[in-house]
Design a protein around this ligand. Structure first.
Ligand code: HEC
Ligand code: HEC
Ligand code: HEC
Ligand code: HEC
Length: 213
């Protein structure tokens, strides 16, 4: 009997592991992730894509635009921090990248702040304060604004809605595009002007039905 137990015990255990792990492995096998990792085209730099190479290079090389991180913004924009607690942008690194992909340039590009830009995110170790898509992930580096808060000073600020829209689309590209559709984009965009986001009902409905995520 003990000999049999030695065989049945472990194989039963293995069977259990397989039964539990298989569906998990299948559901976790996100085709988009695989496609992204196999993609040989250059890594997306959202700010560069939104501004175009020329303006991007000129702005960043001027040294006027540096990423500062959320802690600075929080000092004066508390309402946005209260209102955005549940915005997925704020949690996306921990949720989707931290465990397995924290070293993968192809993933950091859109799940951190300023990856690929001088003074932006480089690694969790060196730039822990720039994980997730923070304020500057949409608005661009904030150092110029902080020096003169009434002067705007953003490369993608509200005085430049076309550039912000290009920022959205640079990250929400055709591979990563489930969050909104062309039809409700304007409504989703407008929701981000307010400290507390209220997404359009159509989008929440789409999420509930599983047609958008
Ligand atoms: C010292 C306080 C202070 C800090 C720090 C600060 N802001 Fe502001 N910010 C303001 C004020 C005040 C305004 C409104 C300016 C006005 O209407 O004249 C403003 C306006 C803005 C605007 C709208 C700009 C426009 O063109 O209308 C954005 C976007 C913004 N802040 C984002 C940020 C981000 C991102 C950070 C962190 C990088 C940040 N702010 C840090 C005080 C601050
Ligand atoms: C730097 C990249 C980046 C930029 C810029 C960006 N997003 Fe996102 N967005 C993401 C990522 C990554 C997620 C997924 C977060 C998660 O669930 O882990 C996301 C999620 C969302 C969601 C999902 C919300 C939900 O409840 O499911 C909406 C809506 C959204 N983004 C709208 C926008 C809009 C509108 C803009 C432009 C104003 C924008 N995003 C700009 C990267 C970005
Ligand atoms: C071009 C920008 C971009 C790149 C590159 C990118 N992502 Fe994303 N990712 C997004 C956006 C935007 C969303 C949210 C919209 C959506 O669900 O399509 C998202 C959503 C996700 C989600 C789903 C979150 C959820 O539960 O809804 C996971 C997981 C994820 N990304 C992981 C990765 C990994 C891993 C990589 C690298 C292989 C990667 N992403 C590369 C932009 C990007
Ligand atoms: C997902 C992208 C995104 C993120 C992240 C984001 N914003 Fe914005 N922000 C926008 C959009 C879109 C607008 C509206 C621009 C317009 O008016 O066309 C906006 C507008 C603003 C304004 C002007 C509001 C007004 O009344 O005109 C301020 C201030 C601001 N954001 C601050 C912040 C701060 C602070 C953070 C970080 C907590 C932040 N934003 C994060 C997309 C974003």
């Amino acid at each position: 009997m003990p000999a049999l137990n030695r065989v049945v015990g472990p194989s039963f255990f293995l069977l259990l592991v397989a039964l539990v792990a298989w569906p998990l492995a299948v559901s976790a096998q996100d085709q988009r992730i695989e496609d992204e990792l196999n993609d040989l085209s250059p890594v997306v730099i959202p700010l560069k894509e939104a501004l175009g190479d020329l303006i991007f290079n000129e702005a960043i090389n001027s040294g006027e635009y540096e990423y500062t991180g959320n802690l600075k913004c929080r000092l004066c924009h508390r309402d946005f921090f209260k209102g955005r607690k549940r915005d997925p942008h704020v949690h996306t690194f921990k949720k989707s990248i931290k465990k397995k992909y924290y070293n993968e340039a192809r993933c950091l590009a859109c799940h951190t702040t300023g990856y690929g830009v001088k003074t932006g995110f480089t690694s969790v170790k060196k730039t822990p304060k720039l994980v997730n898509v923070q304020c500057e992930g949409c608005h661009g580096p904030g150092s110029k604004h902080i020096k003169n808060v009434h002067g705007g000073g953003f490369l993608a600020g509200p005085d430049n809605p076309d550039i912000i829209k290009k920022m959205c689309h640079a990250c929400h590209n055709s591979r990563w595009s489930k969050s909104f559709t062309d039809k409700n984009f304007e409504d989703v965009y407008d929701a981000y002007a307010a400290p507390e986001i209220e997404l359009p009902v159509a989008m929440l409905y789409g999420q509930a039905m599983g047609t958008i995520h």
